[in-house]
Design a protein around this ligand. Structure first.
Ligand SMILES: NC(=O)c1ccc[n+]([C@@H]2O[C@H](COP(=O)([O-])OP(=O)(O)OC[C@H]3O[C@@H](n4cnc5c(N)ncnc54)[C@H](OP(=O)(O)O)[C@@H]3O)[C@@H](O)[C@H]2O)c1
Length: 366
């Protein structure tokens, strides 16, 4: 296929580009003018400039392409002005969809989020058919993701929507989900929000994008996840792999939420204040996190079983260590990169059993 990856310098975009190139497809990827292209330019696909605020450039990037992978979307950095964030998100996705229409792209594959599904109506795990609950619309991230999906599904184009859970893997340049790994590995994670989560390997997700383009049914949404677990279990395992102590303490979302709002206000008030020390989005994805049933995607997109969790975590940790996001003593880092660092047997017992922590609103991923 002739593909264009919109957001080709991002975590998902780079993994999708890499999977497309590996499968022998003809790919171009977009970058913003001031994007960090350090990793993207090594993936074997040409980079073309296109901003979501520049419809002619998007149209140019999409011209002659059969499939557009929409891996860029408005990411609300702050939650302080919800309506502004939602309006920006809608305007940007509409520009991209209009460009796709004008460029006569045959199919759009949207990277959305599991944030747009609600608690399970049957059993323990949510599917794409479980509607979002009104309470989660308190979250700007959830509202933005829903708005982007609504615009895409209403566009009249041939669209397939993927709903990834928490993505873990290589090329997480901005340390999105990997923020927790990096902070833990560097001894800088004093606390975390406990809850349910589901983790998908970035390579599995990238292959799911390729499969969605080839086999997905038009207008369908597919939940794509990997492994259900509690955030504490995830962090315990990451600490084992990195060989660092698991010192982070759980805090409830209702305490972390106001702390995140304060952090955002502080970062917004300081010019170039950088990233808030705690993002509201990170709290919300845990608060409304889910265990996830991806059987529809597995069946209809013919996906292989998920990569074993340990392989995914070792790969991600190895990448963060290799690229100096995490600084470990060299003896330990060799074990991480070699993916055969023996687990310390005394740690697994400390992971909190799932039944121990039942609040349905607690969990994680975007
Ligand atoms: N990461 C996760 O765990 C996760 C989980 C579930 C769903 N998702 C969803 O997956 C999508 C991609 O996430 P990600 O983790 O790959 O994020 P990311 O690493 O921030 O990548 C986003 C990409 O979009 C580009 N972009 C942002 N604003 C743009 C604009 N105005 N014009 C053109 N390009 C723009 C970025 O360019 P720059 O790099 O130059 O800013 C980057 O290439 C998002 O919709 C996210 O909600 C992510």
């Amino acid at each position: 296929m002739k593909a264009v990856v919109i957001g080709g310098t991002g975590f998902v975009g780079m993994n999708v580009t890499r999977a497309l190139v590996a499968a022998g497809h003809d790919v171009v990827a977009t970058r913003k003018v001031h994007a960090n292209t350090l990793f993207a330019r090594k993936l074997g696909a040409p980079l073309v400039r296109a901003d979501l605020d520049d419809e002619p450039a998007l149209c140019e990037a999409m011209r002659g392409r059969e499939v557009a992978f929409m891996c860029a979307g408005h990411y609300p950095r702050y939650s302080l002005e919800p309506q502004v964030e939602i309006d920006v998100a809608r305007a940007r996705v509409c520009r991209a969809l209009s460009a796709a229409r004008k460029a006569r792209v045959s199919r759009v594959v949207l990277t959305s989020s599991i944030a747009t599904v609600g608690p399970p109506r049957h059993g323990e795990r949510s599917t794409e058919d479980d509607p979002i609950e009104p309470r989660s619309l308190e979250s700007v991230y959830h509202r933005v993701k829903l708005a982007i999906e609504e615009e895409t599904l209403a566009s009249g184009l041939d669209v397939v929507v993927l709903l990834p859970t928490g993505i873990v893997g290589e090329l997480d340049v901005k340390a999105g989900t990997g923020f927790l790994f990096v902070a833990l590995g560097n001894g800088l994670l004093p606390f975390f929000v406990e809850g349910r989560t589901n983790v998908i390997d970035a390579d599995d997700l990238a292959r799911a994008h390729v499969a969605a383009a080839l086999h997905g049914k038009s207008g369908e949404r597919y939940a794509v996840g990997g492994h259900d677990l509690m955030v504490s279990e995830l962090l315990e395992r990451v600490a084992e792999i990195l060989g660092v102590p698991m010192t982070a303490q759980p805090v409830p979302w209702w305490l972390a939420g106001p702390a995140a709002t304060f952090a955002e206000m502080r970062a917004a008030a300081i010019k170039d204040g950088g990233r808030p020390f705690l993002a509201r989005e990170m709290v919300d994805v845990v608060r409304f996190g889910r265990f996830v049933d991806s059987s529809k995607a597995a069946r209809e997109l013919s996906l292989s079983p998920p990569t074993p969790l340990d392989d995914t975590l070792r790969k991600a940790c190895g990448w963060f260590v290799k690229h100096r996001y995490i600084r470990l003593p060299s003896r330990v880092s060799e074990g991480v990169q070699g993916v055969d660092h023996a687990p310390r047997p005394d740690r697994t017992d400390r992971a909190r059993p799932r039944d121990d922590y039942p609040p349905p609103e607690a969990g994680a991923h975007r």
